[in-house]
Write a protein that binds this ligand. Structure first.
Ligand SMILES: CC(C)[C@H](C(=O)O)[C@@H](O)C(=O)O
Ligand code: SF4
Length: 470
């Protein structure tokens, strides 16, 4: 009888998808790639380059492209409008090459269109135990379904499209176990920011991070996507969560998920997709979440985060530049900081439950005068579902712009942006210098905190609003 050592979820998927080791110690392997996703900012270029080399896309049924990054999100957009100078070429190349190569393509007016990481589960593209790659760093979002999904570069994308394989340096493993109970007004985004603030934006370098513990088990699938989304801001290779019944029922019946007997077969193998008792990890972290407050960033890294009821911490040498860029000072109260704009959307917090949470704060209230407030659903399907629930009216009545789906002002693509040096509170994942526009000062927060701040005209604690106080 062979006794196998306890394995982590990551080790199981790695072993199942490894074609061969490429060196003696197994630290470099050729991996089988099940599915590839593409977007117009990076994908069209990869497809065109392959076509020029006369290399066909292998297994085009497993390749999916969408238009999200530089798509116009203003109401009334057409197939070729974009605010990015020269952006229309990216869109057209992606459209033309997708059609020629015969991959699945979700164009701007397709009801399946949306941010690549949001539409993947909607369509049943991501599945437990598969390997999925996309030339986009936030592919880690999809680890919430128990897939090994990670961001790659454009030339790697070409390799994966042409061969269905990739050479991968084996990542280290980390497990983060969350215990305790999340307080009202505190959610997955706050958890992610608190984790990164505590352990640093480079805290998970080269690691596959498995999120685990009762807090994760109790979390909705959408909240799990939010926390996995932020893993790359923790410098992780990617994130993983063991799939459970919530994942299976979310994916069942989706267009590209297996059906019939194949579904039953898949389910039988998926049930084993969890870390064995006694599995070991290179790094183990534990965090009790009970005392967490809603989090807001004050600087230019996701690690520059503290409770919304806190103050900007004392300057360290590395933070000085961040303080200057953000025009904040040690001791400033975060909750008093005036803002000019509020943004709700992105692959971090642009799903239906995010919009619902924000709408619960906004309902029957108006954003402060002079605030530019924008809501961009993460996918066309999220937009339709939100509209069916009347959420578009809640946002519009509160003074928000209600947009078409796309990445929009999550990142500055050279076209539309907030005013120069404006202070923005945003549900996105990156607050780097210039991320949302020229000198834009971005404060990252959850949807409820962004909604409460838009109403207040300054950064605000969402908890009184959730208690129905103001
Ligand atoms: C444009 C794209 C390659 C980029 C990424 O890789 O993440 C973008 O999505 C981002 O969030 O910065
Ligand atoms: S929404 Fe933002 S973070 Fe997500 S893929 Fe688009 S640009 Fe990147």
């Amino acid at each position: 009888m062979t006794v196998t050592a306890p394995q982590s979820l990551f080790e199981k998927i790695w072993a199942q998808r490894r074609v061969e080791d490429l060196n003696a110690d197994g630290s470099l392997a050729l991996m089988h790639i099940d599915r590839v996703m593409l977007h117009e900012r990076m994908g069209g270029v990869a497809l065109r380059s392959l076509a020029e080399r006369q290399l066909p896309v292998r297994n085009r049924q497993q390749v999916f492209a969408t238009i999200d990054h530089i798509a116009d999100t203003r109401p009334g957009r057409t197939e070729d409008t974009t605010l990015m100078p020269g952006g229309v070429d990216f869109i057209r190349v992606t459209r033309d090459e997708s059609r020629k190569s015969g991959i699945h393509f979700f164009d701007i007016n397709d009801p399946r269109q949306g941010i690549v990481h949001v539409i993947s589960p909607e369509q049943g593209i991501v599945l437990p135990g598969i390997t999925l790659v996309c030339p986009d760093s936030h592919t880690c979002t999809q680890g919430a379904f128990g897939a090994l999904a990670w961001g790659i570069g454009s030339s790697e994308a070409e390799h994966a499209l042409a061969t269905r394989t990739l050479r991968v340096r084996k990542p280290r493993s980390m497990r983060v176990t969350f215990t305790g109970r999340l307080a009202q007004g505190v959610g997955a985004k706050d958890l992610a920011l608190a984790l990164i603030a505590r352990h640093g934006a480079d805290g998970a370098q080269r690691c596959v991070v498995e999120f685990d513990g009762p807090v994760i088990r109790d979390m909705s699938i959408e909240a799990r996507q939010t926390i996995c989304n932020m893993a790359v801001e923790f410098s992780a290779f990617t994130a993983l969560i063991a799939p459970d019944e919530k994942v299976f029922s979310t994916l069942q019946g989706r267009p590209f998920a297996p059906s019939g007997a194949q579904w039953d077969e898949a389910m039988a193998s998926w049930r084993n997709l969890k870390s064995d008792e006694g599995a070991s990890f290179d790094v183990e972290l534990h965090m009790d979440v009970s005392d967490l407050a809603p989090m807001v960033t004050w600087g230019t890294s996701p690690q520059h985060a503290c409770g919304v009821d806190g103050v900007v911490p004392g300057a360290t040498q590395s933070a000085e530049r961040a303080l200057a860029y953000m025009d904040v000072h040690p001791g400033d109260k975060l909750a008093d900081m005036p803002i000019q704009a509020a943004f709700i959307g992105s692959c971090t917090n642009g799903r239906l439950s995010d919009l619902q949470a924000a709408a619960d704060v906004l309902r029957g209230r108006r954003v402060a005068p002079h605030i530019r407030a924008i809501c961009v659903p993460g996918s066309t399907s999220v937009k339709r579902e939100a509209e069916a629930l009347g959420l578009d009216h809640v946002f519009k009545d509160a003074g928000f712009e209600w947009r078409e789906s796309g990445c929009s002002m999550c990142f500055f693509s050279g076209g539309e942006s907030f005013g120069v040096a404006e202070r923005v509170i945003s549900t996105t994942n990156r607050n780097f210098e210039g991320r949302q526009g020229p000198q834009t000062r971005t404060h990252l927060a959850s949807p409820v905190t962004v909604a409460a701040s838009a109403l207040s005209g300054h950064i605000a604690d969402p908890r009184p609003f959730l208690r129905g106080e103001p």
